[in-house]
Ligand binder design. Structure first.
Ligand code: UDX
Length: 480
C-alpha cells in the first residue's frame, strides 16, 4: 500500500496560554512526519503566516462571534463554542477524509449510521474543546487530550469536585491554611476554587460557592471522554510526589510528559496572538547581566488601580531596572480606566521599559533578565524556571495559586507577594530577589539547577526526550 499522509488535527482552546503549547506540539509532530491541520475559533485565531505548512480550518459561528468575550463571560463563550462548532467540525472531517482519499467506511445503518472508520487521522485537542472528542467518538477517529498545565492542578480540581460532592463546601475559614491530605504540601487555600479567593468563596451567595455552570464544565473537562492518552507539559521530576501516578491510575490511559514543550519546539516558532514589541530586546541588550526584573501577568490576569499604582511606585523605589508588560485593548491588563501615575515613564527614564506585549521566551532567555514577576500561568512558570530565572509570584485564578506554591515552597525558586500589598512591600520583595544577599543568591542557585534539570531531560536518554519518542510511537500506532 502506498504510504499515506498521517494527519493530526489540533483543536486548541482559544486562549493564549492554551494555543501556544498545542501549536508547539504540532510543530514538533510535523518535524516527525505528520501533517498538521488546526481547527480553531475565529476569536484568538492563530496566525497562519507563522505556520506556513499547517492547514487551518475556521470553526467560526456568527452567534458565538457576537458574544461578549470578557473574562467574566468566558465560561459561557467556551460552552457555546463547544455546542456550535461541533457540526461544522464533523462535516469538515468527513469531507477532508473523503477528499484526501483516506479510507472512509460508512458503516451499515443498522450498526452505526454515521460511523466513519479512519486510521489516517488523529485528533489532539485541548480538553476545554470537548466537542472535538464527541466528534472523534462519533467518527471513530482516535483522540488525545492535551492538558497544558500541571498534574497537581488537575488533581486539585478533582479534590474540589469531591469536596463539593460530599457536601464539604464552603470550607470553614479555619481550614483554609490546612494541608490537603491527598495533595501535600498544598493547602486548601491553594485549591482552584472558581472564585478568585477562598475568602470570597465563603461569602458567595451560592450554597457551596461553586456555580452549577462551573461544576458542569469542570466535570466534563476533568474527564478524558473517549480519548486514548493525555499529553502534559510537565515532568514527573518537578511535580509533587505521586500527582501524575494518582491521576494515571484514575484515568487508566497512558500519559506522556513532554516538557518544557516550548524548548523542544523550534525556537523560531511564533505563537503570540498580539504583536510582539522587539524594542525591549534592544533595551535589554544595554543592561547588565541578571540585573532586570521582567514583569508580566500573561494574557488574562489584571491589576486594579491600587495594585497598578503601588506596583509602579514600588518598582521605582526598588531602583532595580525593569521591563513591564502592560497589555492594552483587546485584553486590557488594567481594569477600567486605570492609568500609570502621571509622568511615570519620565521619572523612570532609561531604568524602566514598558511594552504592550513582549517576545517573552526571548526575554526570559536574555542574559540581562535576573527575575520574573509573574501571575504564575503554567507557560510563564515553565518558561521562567527552564531558563533558570527566579520568580516573584502574584497569582490570581485557576491553576495560578498551585503554580505559585510550587515556585515558592516546593521548588523554592521564588518569593510570593501577598494578595494585598503596597509600594513598600513591592520595593522589599524586588530587592530581596534581585539584590545580592544570602536569600536571593540561594534562590537564584536553585533556579539555575532547574535550568540544568530541564536541559538534561531534553537530551537523548532524558525523560522528556524519551517521552516524546514514546509518544511518537504511540500516535503512529493509532494510524495502523
Ligand atoms: C492561561 C491561564 O491563565 C494560566 O493560568 C494557565 O496555566 C494557562 O492558560 P495565561 O494567563 O495567558 O494562560 O498565562 P501563561 O500560561 O503564562 O501563558 C501566557 C503566554 O503568553 C506565555 O507563553 C508567554 O510567553 C506569552 N506572553 C506573555 C508573551 O509572549 N508576551 C507577553 O508579553 C506576555
Amino acid at each position: 500500500m502506498p504510504s499515506q499522509k498521517r494527519y493530526v488535527v489540533l483543536v486548541p482552546a482559544p486562549l493564549q496560554g492554551h494555543i501556544t503549547p498545542i501549536l508547539q506540539l504540532g510543530t514538533i509532530l510535523e518535524s516527525r512526519g505528520f501533517s498538521i491541520i488546526v481547527a480553531h475559533s475565529d476569536y484568538n485565531a492563530p496566525d497562519p503566516k507563522n505556520h506556513p505548512s499547517f492547514s487551518f480550518l475556521s470553526l467560526s459561528d456568527d452567534e458565538v462571534a457576537s458574544y461578549d468575550k470578557s473574562f467574566q463571560n468566558m465560561l459561557m463563550v467556551l460552552v457555546a463554542m463547544n455546542k456550535k462548532y461541533r457540526a461544522k467540525f464533523r462535516d469538515y472531517l468527513v469531507d477532508h477524509m473523503i477528499q484526501n482519499k483516506v479510507e472512509v467506511e460508512v458503516e451499515d445503518e443498522d450498526e452505526d449510521a454515521d460511523g466513519v472508520s479512519s486510521g489516517r487521522c488523529v485528533i489532539i485537542y485541548d480538553r476545554i474543546m470537548y466537542c472535538a472528542d464527541e466528534v472523534a467518538k462519533e467518527l471513530k477517529i482516535p483522540s488525545i487530550v492535551m492538558r497544558p498545565y500541571s498534574s497537581a492542578y488537575e488533581l486539585s480540581r478533582k479534590i474540589v469536585l469531591h469536596l463539593k460532592e460530599v457536601g464539604c463546601l464552603p470550607l470553614p475559614e479555619t481550614q483554609i491554611e490546612d494541608m490537603v491530605p491527598e495533595l501535600q504540601p498544598f493547602r486548601y487555600k491553594d485549591l482552584p476554587f472558581p472564585q478568585f479567593t477562598t475568602l470570597a468563596m465563603t461569602t458567595s451567595t451560592n450554597n457551596d460557592g461553586i456555580p452549577e455552570a462551573v461544576t458542569k464544565f469542570w466535570e466534563v473537562t476533568h474527564s478524558n471522554g473517549s480519548s486514548q492518552a493525555v499529553i502534559w507539559n510537565t515532568m514527573e521530576e518537578i511535580e509533587s510526589e505521586k500527582t501524575l501516578s494518582v491521576l494515571e491510575q484514575y484515568y487508566q490511559i497512558p500519559f506522556f510528559c513532554i516538557a518544557p514543550i516550548h524548548k523542544m519546539a523550534p525556537q523560531s516558532l511564533k505563537t503570540s496572538l498580539l504583536q510582539e514589541d522587539n524594542s525591549c530586546v534592544e533595551w535589554l541588550d544595554k543592561q547588565s547581566p541578571n540585573s532586570v526584573l521582567y514583569v508580566s501577568l500573561g494574557s488574562i490576569a489584571t491589576m486594579n488601580e491600587n495594585e497598578l499604582i503601588e506596583t509602579a511606585w514600588g518598582l521605582a523605589k526598588s531602583e532595580v531596572p525593569f521591563l513591564w508588560v502592560i497589555r492594552k485593548w483587546p485584553n486590557d491588563m488594567m481594569k477600567g480606566n486605570v492609568k500609570l501615575p502621571d509622568h511615570f515613564e519620565e521619572i523612570i527614564g532609561e531604568r524602566g521599559k514598558i511594552v504592550v506585549w513582549a517576545p517573552q521566551k526571548e526575554v526570559l532567555a536574555h542574559s540581562a533578565v535576573g527575575g520574573f514577576w509573574s501571575h504564575c500561568g503554567w507557560n510563564s512558570t515553565m518558561e521562567s524556571i527552564s531558563e533558570g530565572v527566579p520568580m516573584i509570584c502574584k497569582p490570581s485564578f485557576s491553576d495560578q495559586r498551585i503554580n505559585a506554591r510550587y515556585v515558592t515552597d516546593i521548588w523554592k525558586v521564588g518569593l510570593q507577594l501577598e494578595r494585598s500589598f503596597d509600594r513598600g512591600d513591592v520595593e522589599t520583595i524586588v530587592r530581596r530577589l534581585m539584590m545580592d544577599g544570602v536569600e536571593g543568591n540561594a534562590i537564584r542557585k536553585r533556579a539555575l539547577d532547574f535550568n540544568y534539570k530541564f536541559e538534561v531531560s531534553m537530551q537523548k536518554g532524558g525523560c522528556s526526550y524519551e517521552s516524546l519518542d514514546k509518544f511518537t510511537e504511540f500516535i503512529s500506532s493509532l494510524y495502523m
